[in-house]
Design a protein around this ligand. Structure first.
Ligand SMILES: Nc1ncnc2c1ncn2[C@@H]1O[C@H](COP(=O)(O)OP(=O)(O)OP(=O)(O)O)[C@@H](O)[C@H]1O
Length: 292
């Protein structure tokens, strides 16, 4: 569905994406994670045909750069920063609806579910809405159509807790029919929704982990973590997961072993926590417990 082959992007002399290789198939729901400046938004913008780049990107077999209108017709998109559109809300809804061949009422209803009543703001320029109102409207536009691909860049960043909850319910309703790429700093929040986690660091893919949808969610995993050297913050974090320090690997100084259990449903959240200490981890094993 989404193919990214040898993609690099350089701004002036800074290499922001560095040889990215990814194939995202139909039905995959990807959390794109990484620290500030890792390259997530740049990758998303390349996917939407906004930037030139080295390498090849296709969505549904077509290049977003060369066939932008055709590709964007199949993609629902929420940007990290809302565009500074002066268009009144009512016209924006009508315009977006006509572009995607969807009834404007569908967008209005989705906005209402997210807690945005559009009736009193139909004449207000989009740019004058609050950050949260803009994001709700952009989400309603992205989800108010039958897009087979959803690309969402920090979509819940400006939402209040109630809207955040509804937003994830709306996405859950689409899991059967859409391939999703969700860039997020909060792996916890998206972990129940996604079945693959891709982490970028300095423009490279440093983690690409697939999780089976149903079976793994009810399983329990035996986990063994070998830590290079003692670290108070990591020890605290592992303690919060009820891991126990079971001693040295063997030779003194060769590493310290921690053991614990992780519920299948929490696997991504656990990996998200561990990835913050990647420099300290010598070995990591997660093994599904044999069923009785
Ligand atoms: N238009 C641009 N011109 C020059 N440098 C840019 C441009 N856009 C992004 N960068 C640089 O590219 C790097 C990656 O930025 P990007 O916005 O893709 O990161 P990100 O992973 O989305 O970060 P965040 O989590 O903070 O949103 C950063 O160092 C940033 O300064």
């Amino acid at each position: 569905m989404i193919r990214i082959a040898s993609v690099s992007k350089t701004f002036r002399r800074a290499r922001v994406l560095d040889g990215i290789e990814l194939d995202i198939g139909p039905g995959e729901r990807v959390a794109l994670i990484g620290s500030n400046g890792a390259g997530k938004t740049t990758l998303v913008r390349c996917l939407l045909g906004e930037y030139t780049h080295e390498g090849i990107i296709t969505i549904g077999g077509r290049s977003p750069r060369n066939e932008r209108t055709a590709v964007l017709g199949t993609v629902g998109f929420v940007p990290q920063l809302p565009p500074p559109l002066k268009m009144p809300v009512g016209r924006l809804i009508d315009f977006a609806a006509s572009l995607c061949g969807t009834p404007p009422q569908r967008i209005v209803e989705l906005a209402a579910r997210l807690g945005l009543d559009t009736a009193p703001i139909m004449d207000r320029p989009f740019v004058r809405l609050s950050g949260g109102m803009k994001q709700k409207l952009l989400i309603a536009i992205a989800l108010g159509r039958d897009a087979r691909v959803l690309i969402l860049d920090e979509p819940a960043a400006n939402l209040d807790p109630a809207a955040r909850k509804v937003f994830f319910e709306l996405l859950a309703e689409r899991v059967q029919d859409a391939t999703m790429l969700i860039s997020s700093h909060r792996l916890n929040e998206v972990s129940s929704l996604v079945n693959r986690v891709i982490e970028l660091d300095l423009g490279k893919v440093v983690l690409d982990d697939r999780v089976a949808d149903d079976a793994n969610l009810t399983s329990v995993l035996d986990a063994r973590v070998v830590v290079r050297r003692a670290d108070a913050a990591l020890a605290r974090a592992l303690g919060e997961w009820h891991f126990a320090d079971v001693g040295d690997v063997g030779d003194p100084g060769a590493g310290q072993v921690w053991q614990g259990r992780v519920a299948g449903a929490d696997r991504l959240r656990f990996l998200g926590m561990i990835s913050r200490y990647v420099g300290l981890i010598q070995d990591l094993q997660l093994r599904e417990q044999e069923s009785a």
